[in-house]
Design a protein around this ligand. Structure first.
Ligand code: CA
Ligand code: CA
Length: 655
């Protein structure tokens, strides 16, 4: 790879020249493969895997047999792993030759239009060759996201890496206009792009015979790859005319002054393709076939002579001492992929290039997993972003979602990099999930939006388990733990109502469920009621009876239970202490020696619930710590948030 961008300075120096040439030429052909930014280089190097050998697949071996059959019955079946010639552009998955015009979007044409169209068409059985705009990937989706807001090209490997994170939408939803290189995709395009996400990023170094063979095998396997080439004037102006490094439509060495970097797509090869290298005067064999994006009237034809737009590059050209064609880059695909969980984020900012947007699962303060950045140094720092068009963030890889689950505890995060001059805004986030994979998505909004995000800070759009909670609510973990254990559930409107005060009948329900191991395991209760004010028909009858049977509740001295009475923190201590004692009730607690002096000044030794409060406050249990003022406040009523904390700690429940 050393030397790949050895001509960077030259490339930059030549850039003005290229633009002026392009603008003045009769045929204005865009180019646009530029070196990576430092961020792009780090990103790619952290993910790209080098491949030395490609094993033949079933298609390659079938092609070998076909080739042998064509050659005649007298030819023995060769022990080859690939045929002598392959042209994947003949397959129905390959789109018609495209034309980038004078926009420098070749990278998006190679990675998006050719590579990903073909890859997805092969996966999903699409007839991309018809050019149906719904079946081909759009360069206009990718290019504005990776060009830094200017029409000066993009980094090929990074474009390929982006396919695995954001995918690429169809041309139908992201029409291509050669004058527009800054408009970001529509919401519909962002969403559609997700189904065509790839995975992985691979490089075959093509500066050796083994690398070239691996590349040929990849093509024989029915795959494509993209490649960067230093374009010289003979290619830019003269190809396919012979002379100056071109013979029999084969480019075998650079000719004329350097013009610019250019991205092309490897579609095939032919071991028998001949050309005469004027430097040695000898006939050589073997060339790769590449698709260009300079329209169908340019270049060579493919094997079917169905279309022009192609270019042959000699095998040996890859091995030139002074490299001008570089490595083969490709990916794997996600088979028949459809996202199960994604978010739509409505974001506003005046400098979109400072934003970093990603998804995650778990609490933002302690995420279980986060996605790759959907936006990062994207599209130029000088251009704005409006929340009127939302951006899709695929959460499928990070969000655990079983078939009957309601989606919760997922988020998108927006960071505004330091250096920005204005804060960002998360105006809205909608989460969509398709747990049963029927293609119909449920929808839920993030809580607590809009959120402004200061420069250098990160903001979140979080989907809580209950719509009235935020991820930083003090009892969030415990409420969730109690919910997962089946001890408490929310209201029909999706709220939890954490500040709602609980009553004595409700507390019996929570305790019974916690002890029994779920609602279904709480028995119906006896035929005769223990408390006259909790008769067999009462809604919480079986729970109160369950708690009474275990001596967790004893009722008042008049024999009543007073089910509708609000539960205070003194009573809560009694419920909890008796429930976690072994056996339940007061037997075990009788031997308990509370500390002296009392832990809380407002729960003295003669307070009626003294030993219970001390029992649950004991460091070994640490179920309560009291308030910041050092008091326990036994007279305060308990709300549903506090209850969840008591129960989760008492029963060792964790999210
Ligand atoms: Ca796919
Ligand atoms: Ca569904």
């Amino acid at each position: 790879m050393r030397g790949r961008y050895g001509t960077t300075l030259l490339a930059l120096a030549c850039w003005t020249l290229v633009v002026s040439l392009a603008a003045g030429a009769a045929q204005r052909r865009g180019l646009g493969a530029r070196p990576p930014t430092s961020e792009e280089q780090a990103y790619v190097e952290a993910r790209r895997v080098d491949v030395q050998v490609v094993a033949p697949n079933a298609l390659a071996l079938a092609r070998v047999r076909e080739e042998a059959a064509r050659a005649g019955a007298e030819t023995a079946l060769p022990a080859a792993s690939r045929p002598a010639a392959v042209d994947n552009s003949m397959l129905s998955w390959f789109p018609p030759i495209g034309d980038q015009g004078y926009q420098n979007s070749c990278v998006a044409w190679a990675a998006g239009y050719y590579y990903n169209t073909y890859t997805q068409a092969a996966d999903e059985g699409l007839s991309a060759y018809t050019g149906d705009r719904a079946d081909v990937c759009s360069p206009a989706f990718l290019y504005p996201l990776i060009n830094d807001g200017v029409d000066e090209g993009a980094y090929l490997d990074y474009a390929m890496a982006r396919l695995s994170v954001i995918g690429c939408s169809s041309l139908a939803l992201a029409p291509y206009h050669e004058t527009d290189y800054t408009s970001w995709p529509s919401e519909a395009a962002w969403v559609e792009a997700l189904k065509w996400r790839t995975t992985g990023l691979y490089r075959i170094c093509t500066d050796s015979a083994t690398g070239l063979e691996a590349t040929r095998q990849l093509l024989a396997n029915g795959r494509l790859a993209v490649v960067l080439i230093d374009t010289y004037e003979s290619l830019y102006y003269d190809y396919p005319a012979a002379g100056n490094g071109i013979s029999n439509e084969v480019l075998y060495c650079p000719g004329g002054p350097y013009v610019s970097g250019h991205a092309l797509t490897l579609v095939g090869y032919d071991d028998a393709k001949t050309y005469v290298d004027l430097r040695d005067g000898l006939t050589h064999r073997g060339a790769f076939l590449l698709a260009n994006s300079w329209g169908g009237s340019w270049g060579a034809t493919n094997a079917a002579h169905r279309s022009r737009g192609f270019l042959w590059i000699a095998y040996d050209a890859f091995l030139e001492t002074r490299r001008f064609v570089y490595d083969a880059i490709y990916t794997d695909d996600r088979d028949h992929y459809r996202p199960r969980v994604y978010a739509l984020a409505g974001l506003s900012d005046t400098q979109r290039g400072y934003l970093e947007l990603r998804g995650g699962a778990g609490l933002p303060s302690d995420p279980a997993a986060t996605t790759d950045a959907v936006l990062s140094h994207s599209g130029g720092t000088g251009l704005p972003l409006s929340n009127s068009s939302r951006i899709a963030v695929d959460l499928t890889d990070v969000a655990a979602l079983s078939a009957d689950d309601r989606l919760a505890d997922v988020f998108v995060s927006l960071s505004v990099a330091s250096g920005a001059s204005a804060q960002g805004l998360i105006a809205s986030v909608e989460f969509r999930s398709d747990a049963d994979s029927d293609g119909i998505y449920d929808s839920a909004p993030a809580a607590g939006l809009p959120v402004t995000v200061a420069v250098g800070a990160t903001g979140y759009g979080f989907l809580p388990l209950y719509s009235d909670l935020t991820w930083d609510y003090w009892a969030y973990d415990e409420i969730e733990a109690c919910s997962e254990a089946g001890i408490v559930s929310g209201y029909a409107d999706g709220t939890y109502r954490p500040q709602q005060v609980i009553t004595r009948d409700q507390m019996a329900v929570y305790i019974a469920r916690a002890l029994a191991g779920g609602d279904k395991l709480v028995p119906p209760g006896p035929t005769t009621a223990t408390f006259p004010d909790v008769p067999p028909g009462y809604w919480a009858y079986r729970y109160v009876e369950y708690a009474a049977a275990r001596e967790i509740v004893k009722g008042y001295s008049d024999g009543s239970y007073r089910p509708g009475l609000r539960l205070d923190r003194g009573q809560m201590a009694v419920f909890i202490a008796r429930a976690i004692a072994d056996p339940t009730g007061d037997d075990d607690l009788a031997a308990y020696q509370p500390p002296a002096p009392p832990t809380f000044p407002d729960v003295p030794t003669d307070f009626w619930a003294y030993r219970y409060v001390e029992y649950i406050a004991a460091p070994v249990r640490a179920i309560t710590q009291g308030y910041a003022d050092g008091l326990y406040h036994p007279e305060y009523v308990c709300d549903r948030g506090q209850m969840a904390v008591y129960v989760a700690r008492a029963f060792g429940l964790h999210r």
